[in-house]
Write a protein that binds this ligand. Structure first.
Ligand SMILES: [Zn+2]
Length: 141
């Protein structure tokens, strides 16, 4: 699978460092690592705004689709249409659906079919893959 945004590992490492991303962000997004549960900065983060790819800045989720799944990672019931690509993941003796950023291929987490209505989906994400942005001042009600 190829993505519109291509960088080498070294370039991503440098880019994430320059952005002030968490140290674990590089391993999570470029090498599909998983942060420890209940440690991510967005696990219990409920402000209004949107969540973007830490690597390329593409918008992935609206804050109003975030819910508390109790699983230890930030969870969302719906992704921004087209923002995420799904890949079947056979690692760890399981069949899961990996989710990556459709712009840059960053590993985000997995999606499971046990989420709330109406989508029935649970996007189980790594905080380190996400960059929260407040609502823009002109978008405030
Ligand atoms: Zn991205």
């Amino acid at each position: 699978m190829t993505f519109p945004i291509q960088k080498t590992d070294a370039e991503w490492q440098q880019h994430l460092q320059a952005k002030g991303a968490e140290p674990v962000a590089y391993q999570v997004t470029r090498h599909a690592a998983t942060e420890r549960p209940f440690t991510g900065k967005y696990e219990q983060h409920w402000a209004d705004g949107s969540y973007h790819c830490i690597c390329c800045g593409a918008k992935l989720f609206d804050a109003d689709t975030k819910f508390d799944a109790g699983c230890g990672w930030p969870s969302f019931s719906q992704a921004v249409p087209g923002a995420i690509k799904e890949i079947t993941d056979y690692s760890h003796h399981m069949v899961r659906t990996e989710t990556v950023c459709s712009q840059c291929g960053a590993h985000l987490g997995h999606v499971f079919p046990d989420g709330p209505a109406p989508t029935g989906l649970r996007y189980c994400m790594n905080s380190a893959s996400l960059d929260f942005q407040d609502l823009a001042p002109d978008a405030q009600p």
